[in-house]
Design a protein around this ligand. Structure first.
Ligand code: HPA
Length: 263
């Protein structure tokens, strides 16, 4: 794998790895690319099966900052494997990345965060009953500390970037459900009691993997809908993609401002 990357972009050392979530892949237009490599050419990288996830790695610069942008992720629900993203995240750490910046589409549990809002993740609740480090070991490295898993200093920088970009950015707790079915209204009521502000089917496994690989993590959620039962009506992935497309520019601006400051 490192051979493929070395051949595609000799000597390139990204500082930040970025995972682009559902409908947010357009951010790659902000990257002055050095190389674009399909996941299919990268051993250990997953083949995404979900609309809105292209499956390409873009190496390049955002302003002065060298970045590795993962255009699309694979989720636990796609193949029932919790460690779908382990190969990709470990590769980013080996390549020299210090930070993983994640984005995702999420459902909002708060009426003051309507669809189109963005939220910096302060912590997560892994409600999926799975862990991407199942089977890793032997040894103690699998007992990963999850206090401040979402780096407080990076989160401050993310909030500052949002302010500079004139984007209102909330902060809150993300709860991971396995999917692929959406949650029931009863599950969402339970999630609210547990302290969640947003719900989604990704990000938490990748954060665990990133902390295991020694990367700092920052994460931004884009609310694409109110979570099940908060308002009348049904949920669907088409809505996720449509709202993500409509609000993508906002997310793009925050990411660009944040990354430009990471050099
Ligand atoms: N639930 C889970 N995942 C999601 C949602 C949701 O309501 N919206 C976007 N991704």
């Amino acid at each position: 794998m490192s051979d493929v990357l070395e051949r595609a972009a000799p000597g390139f050392r990204p500082k930040v790895a970025v995972i682009l979530g559902s409908g947010l892949g357009g951010f790659v237009e902000e990257v002055t690319a050095v190389a674009t490599i399909p996941y299919a050419d990268l051993p250990g990288f997953p083949q995404p099966t979900v609309g809105g996830h292209a499956g390409r790695l873009v190496l390049g610069h955002v302003g002065p900052t060298p970045v590795a942008v993962l255009q699309g992720r694979a989720h636990y629900y796609e193949r029932g494997r919790a460690d779908e993203m382990k190969g990709a995240i470990d590769a980013m750490a080996r390549l020299g990345c210090e930070t993983l910046l994640q984005t995702n589409a999420a459902g909002s549990l708060r009426l003051d965060m309507p669809p189109g809002s963005v939220m910096a993740i302060s912590d997560h609740i892994n409600f999926g009953g799975i862990n991407p480090l199942f089977g890793v070991g032997p040894g103690d490295s699998r007992f990963v500390d999850m206090v401040d898993a979402y780096d407080p200093a990076l989160r401050t920088k993310l909030m500052e970037a949002a302010r500079a970009a004139n984007v209102v950015c909330h902060e809150g707790v993300y709860i991971f459900f396995s999917g692929p079915s959406f949650e029931t209204p009863a599950e969402i009521r339970a999630a609210r009691v547990l302290g969640a502000d947003a719900v989604g089917m990704s990000t938490a496994p990748e954060t665990i993997l990133a902390r295991h690989a020694g990367l700092k993590v920052a994460a931004l959620s884009l609310m694409t809908n109110y979570a099940a039962g908060l308002v009348p009506g049904a949920l669907g992935h088409d809505q996720t993609l449509a709202v993500a497309a409509a609000a993508a520019d906002k997310v793009r601006l925050v990411l660009r401002t944040f990354l430009e400051g990471c050099a």
